[in-house]
Design a protein around this ligand. Structure first.
Ligand SMILES: *[C@@H]1O[C@H](CO)[C@@H](O)[C@H](O)[C@H]1NC(C)=O
Ligand SMILES: [Zn+2]
Length: 591
């Protein structure tokens, strides 16, 4: 909401006075009505905004009321100013810095938004109905060039029985269609017979993968199908990004760390980032077309003054997921004693890659879930730090390089100590803890779970970056903040035992700590400290307006927050529908 501060008023009045003096002879009775002065002034200087409260997350002035924006950045942040057209009593809204998701997948999120929504479909009949409805509205979907996609099914809704490829023929209607549907956790896909026909027979076994029924592929076995998946056109991909950004803005997200983007995809990002409708700042981790390789010939680095897109990091992958026993563990799984999971890359290669990328000037970000993968990630990073900073301590070098471990899910106490010594940044998804709590202890046993798994408070000295891993988990950062504060599921409000104590409640974070994990911590981990995640002069003018102050809010209320407005670079990109203020009502797509 534009506000004019009194000192600007003084400047304008003086100017008007000067002009009237200059024209005194010709225009003897010049006396612009106040209203006109106000309108002109407002049009020229519509860059100061006042709210009931502004939480800045800046040490200089943690609590403010007003700020001024110029050229997409905050230029002044201040308290207690009497605004021009609205008295202090008339102000509404409580501001926090724009939120960042420290680990998500933008394109995949947009792609899933553009597919059949099967969440909550509680029977096979309902699934089929939704597929048929979607096909009616999207006649182009289902060809060999554009498969029909969906997400959200759960075999629990089919009486616990896995569905089959044949179920997707839907009375002959879908017989020749290419259909691929993601399970609710996006760890399995269900495909139609037409897709199945693309695969070689017999279908091979895949380490770290599972094929529980004909037409269902889980974890690494999904690659068998994905190899044949036709890549959407750049027009469609541009739409996925736009849709994803629109949805994220609604949730108060102004920036995200894109955890693995191919160089070819980054070219598209670069083109699109010039557009007005690129309304989420993206800090992308580059991933070579061939996973876990060194690809300097394709590598890109991007830095823009407007902060809409930056690339200076690389994503490497240590291991797979815990749910499918794919995470690499030092000791065998408690519920599967014959296995310790599997590494996606051996220690030698991981170290070589970390060194090569560090030497090429990249921040090295390694996906590691199991305690063995985390150990090897720390080893690799240590070697890379030694290689790029001979004669300097690893901690000092790390402060420059800011290597991070994506997920940091299960870490041996010895390695926690090493991480702390070096200062390696953990990138954590609080909702992974509350989604996995139901099976984590059976996989890991009590001892390992309590000492190693899903740590948050224990890693706090390392300023963990928090995120959601969307689309694996919902992208709503307030659900992440809730999960971090309560260690309970944002969906049910309950812990693993159906209680309210929280799962290993000693690992809960305070609101302030969790909020920092979605603001200043991702800014630091993206080399944007002072520029993002905070409201202070010089920072990008990104903020979120809430109806009530976050500070005194009950966590149960936090998880249901609907943000009122989201601003990116001084432009409003989202406004909650409804009679919220004098500017009118109704949902409005601003870009
Ligand atoms: C590690 O993997 C690389 C690449 O697959 C291979 O060439 C190398 O021999 C492996 N090293 C060890 C010690 O297994
Ligand atoms: Zn991820």
């Amino acid at each position: 909401m534009p506000r004019l501060t009194p000192n600007l008023l003084v400047i304008i009045s003086t100017t008007v006075l000067l002009i009237s003096v200059l024209y005194k002879n010709g225009l003897p009775d010049i006396q612009l009505p106040n209203l006109i002065i106000f309108q002109i002034a407002r049009a020229i200087f519509s860059d100061t905004y006042c709210y009931v409260s502004v939480k800045t997350l800046s040490n200089k002035l943690p609590h403010a009321e007003c700020f001024t924006v110029r050229n997409g950045r905050f230029t002044r942040v201040f308290l207690d100013e009497t605004s021009f057209d609205v008295t202090k009593e008339q102000r509404t809204g409580h501001v926090i810095p724009g939120l960042w998701d420290g680990h998500g997948h933008l394109m995949q999120y947009g792609e899933l938004m553009d597919s059949v929504n099967l969440f909550g479909a509680d029977s096979m009949k309902e699934v089929k109905k939704r597929l048929v409805d979607y096909k009616t509205q999207h006649p182009e979907a289902g060809t060999s060039e554009q498969w029909l996609r969906g997400v959200g099914w759960d075999q629990a809704n089919f009486g616990g029985k896995w569905p089959k490829a044949a179920d997707l023929e839907i009375g002959g209607q879908f017989k020749d269609l290419y259909v691929m549907l993601d399970r609710v956790d996006v760890h399995c896909i269900w495909v139609s017979p037409k897709v199945l026909s693309l695969l070689p027979l017999p279908i091979p076994e895949v380490p770290g993968g599972d094929i529980p029924a004909m037409g269902i592929f889980c974890d690494n076995a999904m690659d068998l199908v994905l190899e044949h998946y036709p890549k959407p056109s750049s027009e469609r991909r541009a739409k996925f990004l736009k849709d994803a950004m629109w949805d994220l803005n609604k949730l108060g997200v102004v920036g995200m760390h894109d955890a693995g983007v191919f160089p070819s995809e980054l070219k598209l990002y670069e083109e699109l980032a010039d557009n007005e409708d690129w309304t989420v700042r993206v800090y992308a981790m580059m991933e070579c077309e061939k996973r876990n390789t060194f690809c300097p010939e394709d590598a890109v680095k991007i830095s823009r003054d407007d902060g809409k897109l930056s690339v200076r990091s690389v994503k490497l992958f240590g291991d797979g997921a815990l749910g499918s026993w794919g995470s690499a563990m030092i000791e065998p799984y408690s519920d599967h004693p014959s296995t310790t999971g599997s590494l996606l890359v051996n220690a030698t290669t991981l170290t070589e890659l970390a060194i090569d990328w560090a030497k090429a000037g990249y921040q090295v970000n390694i996906h590691a879930i199991g305690d063995l993968a985390n150990r090897l990630a720390i080893d690799a990073m240590s070697s890379a730090l030694d290689a790029v900073c001979p004669g300097i301590t690893r901690a000092k070098c790390q402060a420059e390089r800011r290597f991070r471990i994506e997920h940091s899910q299960i870490i041996h106490p010895d390695d926690q100590k090493r991480m702390r010594e070096i200062g390696i940044i953990p990138s954590i998804q609080p909702t992974h803890a509350t989604s996995d709590m139901h099976y984590a202890e059976s996989r890991l046993g009590k001892e390992r779970t309590s000492k190693e798994a899903y740590l948050m408070k224990s890693l706090l000295p390392l300023n963990p970056v928090l995120g959601s891993d969307f689309p694996v988990e919902p992208a709503n950062p307030f659900e992440g903040i809730y999960a971090a504060m309560t260690r309970r599921s944002p969906r049910t409000g309950l812990d693993k035992d159906g209680g309210k104590t929280g799962w290993y409640p000693e690992e809960t974070l305070t609101l302030e700590e969790a909020l920092r994990g979605f603001t200043v911590a991702p800014a630091y981990a993206a080399f944007m400290e002072g520029k993002a995640g905070t409201i202070q002069p010089g920072a990008y003018a990104d903020w979120v307006v809430l109806d009530e102050p976050l500070e005194d809010m009950d966590p149960e209320k936090i998880k249901n927050i609907k943000v009122r407005e989201t601003w990116v670079g001084g432009k409003r990109v989202w406004r909650k529908p409804g009679p919220i203020d004098i500017r009118g009502q109704g949902e409005e797509k601003l870009y």
